[in-house]
Design a protein around this ligand. Structure first.
Ligand SMILES: NC(=O)c1ccc[n+]([C@@H]2O[C@H](COP(=O)([O-])OP(=O)(O)OC[C@H]3O[C@@H](n4cnc5c(N)ncnc54)[C@H](OP(=O)(O)O)[C@@H]3O)[C@@H](O)[C@H]2O)c1
Length: 337
């Protein structure tokens, strides 16, 4: 089989190589991976950016994928050949809160990930692909989808009539838009591009703010909400956005702190948190139980992931990474295996 292997940190050390096909051990399911997708995290991991929390040699990157079961090991009861399945982001985080052990079981960082033609996974780490989703669509769910679900639903408890702000038009943000709309919220989305804002509005966003044209965009959030502020902000920008996110939140509102797109070290006025009683909640993807809850909601609401218009072939992974890093994408970047 073909597999992308990172011999050591640096994209120049990422190579498409031949590897023997893995065979499923007891309790394992062998998947023929039909599609994968990219996350912001993948080029960071390929550059070795997660330091001691990732494997630095001989790593198969990638957390997201979907495919077809081709064989099962002894004792497998939940899957049979021909079933379609998606691996969870973590090999072992079944339910409940995170732990160091669960977080260390991530794919494409600590453990070999999805950028290969065949892979074996413990049956407990797989979910069944919903019928209404293609493999290419299902291959976008496990990182960005579950993270957005955790932010909006599991931690955020977004309710009808609340106001949610989400940042940018990448993978996490557009899933957050979809889940917040399904929960009955009013959604304000930010982007560097008016054209992308128009597309986000066509997907259901109620308001769009260009964060390049309006760097003090929290003011616009207060105009839209008639001075009340947003109930919840999906915080993806990090050091360039945190202050605006805090100002945009209502008194007693929440920030779901997920990404550090512009850097991890904000100059922070703690008074903004204390006097406004804002809750900062860190989010790290989520458990498999939350993944399954998200899929039930996607089936119920017939939700499909938003795919970027450019689909890449497996051999062109490095072109897909360049596309992501250039920020030209809208939603998830699909890669057919
Ligand atoms: N904690 C977790 O569990 C978790 C899970 C998934 C992702 N993340 C993090 O969340 C972030 C987003 O990930 P992703 O995979 O959705 O990325 P992505 O698909 O690459 O999307 C990034 C988008 O964010 C927008 N953006 C870039 N810089 C920005 C800034 N300074 N302010 C506001 N928006 C900005 C851009 O949208 P426009 O082009 O519209 O401007 C860009 O296209 C990353 O930092 C990632 O590491 C964390």
């Amino acid at each position: 089989m073909k597999a992308w292997v990172l011999e050591k940190p640096g994209i120049e050390h990422l190579r498409l190589v031949d590897r023997p096909e893995p065979q499923p051990g007891p309790g394992e399911v062998k998947l023929r991976i039909r599609a994968v997708s990219l996350n912001y995290r993948d080029p960071v991991a390929i550059a070795g950016g997660y330091g001691s929390t990732q494997r630095q040699a001989e790593l198969v990157p990638g957390s997201d994928g979907a495919g077809e079961v081709v064989a099962v090991g002894a004792g497998v009861t939940r899957f049979k050949p021909g079933d379609r399945a998606v691996p969870h982001f973590f090999l072992d985080w079944p339910a409940g809160g995170a732990s160091a052990e669960f977080l260390a079981s991530n794919l494409g960082g600590r453990n070999d990930g999805t950028f290969r033609e065949f892979a074996c996974f413990p049956q407990a780490s797989l979910v069944h692909t919903p019928e209404h989703l293609s493999d290419v669509e299902a291959a976008t769910l496990s990182c960005a989808g579950v993270t957005a679900w955790s932010a909006i639903v599991a931690h955020g408890h977004v309710a009808p009539g609340q106001v949610v702000v989400t940042q940018g038009t990448g993978g996490v943000s557009l899933f957050a838009l979809q889940f917040a709309k399904a929960a009955g919220a009013e959604v304000i989305i930010t982007s560097s591009s008016d054209e992308k804002l128009a597309r986000a509005r066509a997907l259901g966003a109620d308001h769009g703010i260009n964060y390049r044209a309006e760097p003090q965009w929290a003011r616009r959030v207060h105009e839209i909400t008639r001075g009340r502020g947003a109930d919840l902000v999906v915080e993806l920008g990090g050091q360039e956005t945190l202050e605006q996110s805090l100002r945009a939140a209502r008194i007693g509102g929440s920030l779901m702190t997920i990404g550090v797109l512009s850097g991890p070290r904000p100059a922070l006025n703690l008074g903004l948190i204390v006097t406004r009683g804002v809750r900062l909640q860190g989010v790290t993807v989520g458990s498999k139980a939350e993944f399954e809850a998200m899929l039930r909601a996607m089936v119920r609401h017939r939700l499909k992931p938003v795919l970027d218009a450019t689909e890449f072939a497996f051999a062109d992974l490095k072109d897909a990474i360049a596309h992501l890093k250039a920020g030209r994408h809208f939603g998830k970047i699909p890669i057919r295996v």
